[in-house]
Design a protein around this ligand. Structure first.
Ligand SMILES: [Cu+2]
Length: 192
């Protein structure tokens, strides 16, 4: 009987130790879960806007207690106009008009739990076509001479369409002559 009681007491002690460990460990875990972070912004991170908006917004995962600094730096320097304001988890910063180009928006706020939340993001101001200069200057895009050549001699394995137009016209003429000569010599049996 006493053995059973001793066993029960041991179990009770173990449970008490275990629950004490859980309770003491709990407050250390909780702040990490509630830690605030940036969840959205306007302009969006790595986004493109055609014109600099008059206001930038930063939305955090927890309410903001204080805004230390919001900075928006572009090709001609800072475009922030006055102090940032905040309402709950959203921070608003008024902006001056800025030129097209790359901008860095950095933030430093104090979250509801008293922790600093800081970081930066990038966005670009400019027309959509400015973002894709590769497609218009790409040598592969000069495919205009290709239809002419393929219409004349579809089976010629000439140089690729990446070759400059002048070279292409010259080689097309040579290929045309060679092609004619070859077809005269071997008839329609050999096409290549
Ligand atoms: Cu925190």
């Amino acid at each position: 009987m006493s053995g059973v009681r001793a066993g029960l007491r041991r179990v009770a002690v173990l449970l008490a130790v275990a629950s004490a460990a859980v309770l003491s460990g709990w407050p250390q875990v909780q702040p990490a879960v509630a830690h605030s972070a940036l969840v959205a912004s306007q302009p969006p991170a790595d986004g493109l806007v055609e014109v600099m908006p008059s206001r930038a917004y930063l939305t955090f995962s927890a309410p903001v207690r204080e805004v230390k600094e919001i900075a928006v730096i572009g090709p001609e320097g800072s475009v922030t106009n006055g102090e940032a304001t905040f309402d709950g988890a959203e921070v608003m910063q008024t902006l001056w008009a800025g030129p097209a180009g790359d901008y860095t928006m950095s933030y430093f706020v104090v979250s509801e739990d008293g922790h600093d939340v800081r970081g930066d993001l990038h966005f670009e101001v400019g027309a959509l076509s400015v973002l894709e200069p590769g497609t218009s200057t790409d040598p592969d895009a000069s495919s205009a001479p290709a239809p002419v050549r393929s219409a004349d001699e579809p089976e010629e394995d000439g140089p690729g369409i990446a070759v400059p137009a002048a070279l292409l016209v010259g080689s097309a003429a040579v290929a045309l002559v060679l092609g004619r000569r070859r077809s005269l010599r071997s008839g329609s049996a050999r096409s290549r």
